[in-house]
Design a protein around this ligand. Structure first.
Ligand SMILES: [Zn+2]
Length: 469
């Protein structure tokens, strides 16, 4: 059998790996969108370096677009097999894929309007339509965590808790061929220990090959404080002491729910005033939050207890979810201290850009970046600390406080990934493959993984193939 590393190899996005059996059965692990395609030209100019119709099944680790975002193209190009995933992943993926489709349509319309008439044919069209997404969702086959299933003769698969996003799973794949058995553990994306809402990820037992993410290899998260303490400090200094607004850019699925839950905990404990208004300005957050309520079996003890005591994790009389454009616009003339949580997390596009623009010149406001911001994004530029910044072609003086909070990160840092890999017993592994990270991060992680006893650590290149006999 062979394993091809078709995506998120020496980069973070575009996760896609192909397992090919000797009898011709072909199975993808993830089928994600590659946001870095311009930086690293693909080996093959087509989106897929294989025929979509030649793939028999997909194992999907979780709903994030860099893991699921090319599924509608796979279906559009002829894939007709099952897409195995947990129920929560199926539900969140549907929302995220429709959202991705709308973002692409919006980008296309704006790019057309900006381009000259004779160059309009060069504008990148959306990669897929709503119909392609509807067709894709029909192929989702829901499976239970910790229960093995057989997608094909000789292959046994089991999903287990990853702790990264609701429904996210690591995948254990056991392949028997020619009298030999190989056991692979794909981490997908890992979560942090003791994260808000979710249970901890479970290390693999009895595997031969570990395929591990390394997003934060060589990096440490800034703070090890509890999320409540750090967030409380920002809320108190901004909304109470300064009577200002705390603006938090956050991804609509995952990060937003963690932050809202933490705020509700702070209110329940009396650390911040219960009457402080919280506005969640994100239609996608409104759609995806009920999925968290629908799956209490995936929540950690802290969240379950809170729900038992207070009835809801996300509802509060002073927490308002803004769906319509009118409600969003009305917020620009709300002047009292409050917390505004809105997407996109990297402040690229979305409703958050307007909130940042409206408040960046206010010395009483704080813009609190709650997650990773890729180079070149507005979030990244804000964190550079320059005195003026260009937003939507306007130069703005920066008077608001710009700060960063790491406690809500959904990926483990260097030490935390290493702890996970250590628990998978590296001396007993044939090989560790490091993926889903930039090369310097993966190199740093590789040295550390060798030091904890791994025999062999590979950092595959895009398109690299390994054969197992
Ligand atoms: Zn992810």
């Amino acid at each position: 059998m062979k394993l091809y590393f078709w995506g998120a190899a020496r980069q973070v996005t575009g996760s896609m790996y192909l397992l090919e059996m000797n009898d011709g059965f072909r199975m993808l692990v993830d089928c994600g969108m590659d946001y870095e395609v311009k930086k690293n030209p693909v080996v093959n100019p087509k989106i897929f370096p294989f025929e979509a119709s030649s793939i028999h099944a997909v194992l999907l680790t979780h709903a994030h677009i860099d893991h699921s975002g090319n599924l509608p193209i796979l279906v559009k190009e002829g894939f007709k097999g099952p897409i195995y995933c947990t129920s929560a992943t199926a539900e969140l993926s549907a929302y995220l894929l429709f959202d991705s489709c709308h973002i692409q349509q919006g980008d296309y319309i704006r790019a057309l309007a900006r381009s000259k008439k004779n160059r309009r044919h060069l504008v990148q069209k959306p990669l897929y339509s709503e119909k392609n997404v509807s067709d894709t969702v029909r192929f989702f086959e829901r499976i239970q965590l910790d229960q093995s299933f057989v997608p094909h003769r000789g292959i046994e698969v089991q999903y287990q808790e990853a702790g990264h996003l609701l429904g996210a799973a690591g995948i254990l794949i056991q392949i028997s061929e020619n009298g030999k058995t190989h056991r692979f553990g794909f981490t997908g994306d890992l979560g942090r220990k003791n994260s808000k809402l979710l249970r901890d990820g479970i290390p693999f037992k009895n595997i031969d090959y570990l395929i591990s993410e390394g997003t934060y290899g060589g990096r440490k998260h800034l703070s090890k404080q509890a999320p409540e303490e750090e967030l409380a400090a920002f809320i108190t200094s901004t909304c109470i002491a300064q009577r200002g607004k705390l603006i938090i850019p956050a991804f609509s699925v995952g990060r937003t729910q963690s932050i809202v839950f933490t705020i509700h905990q702070l209110k329940a404990k009396g650390i911040i005033p219960s009457t402080l208004k919280v506005f969640v300005d994100s239609p996608l957050a409104i759609k995806s939050t009920p999925v968290y309520d629908k799956h209490p079996e995936l929540l950690n003890e802290e969240a379950i207890q809170f729900k038992l005591n207070y009835g809801s994790l996300f509802e509060h009389e002073h927490t308002h979810y803004l769906d319509t454009k009118n409600a969003h616009e009305a917020l620009s003339v709300y002047y009292d201290p409050c917390i505004i949580i809105s997407a996109a997390g990297m402040v690229e596009g979305g409703r958050i850009q307007e909130h940042v623009m409206n408040h960046i010149e206010h010395p009483t406001a704080t813009i609190l970046i709650a997650g990773f911001c890729a180079e070149g994004t507005l979030g990244y530029r804000l964190l550079l600390g320059q005195p003026t910044i260009k937003i939507k072609d306007k130069d703005k003086r920066v008077h608001a406080r710009i700060a960063k909070i790491d406690v809500f990160s959904s990926h483990p840092d260097h030490d935390e990934i290493l702890e996970f890999i250590y628990a998978c017993k590296p001396p007993q592994l044939e090989s560790v493959f490091l993926i889903h990270g930039e090369l310097p991060q993966l190199e740093a992680l590789k040295s550390a993984v060798l030091q904890i006893g791994a025999k062999k650590v590979e950092i595959p290149k895009q398109g690299q193939v390994y054969e197992f006999n």
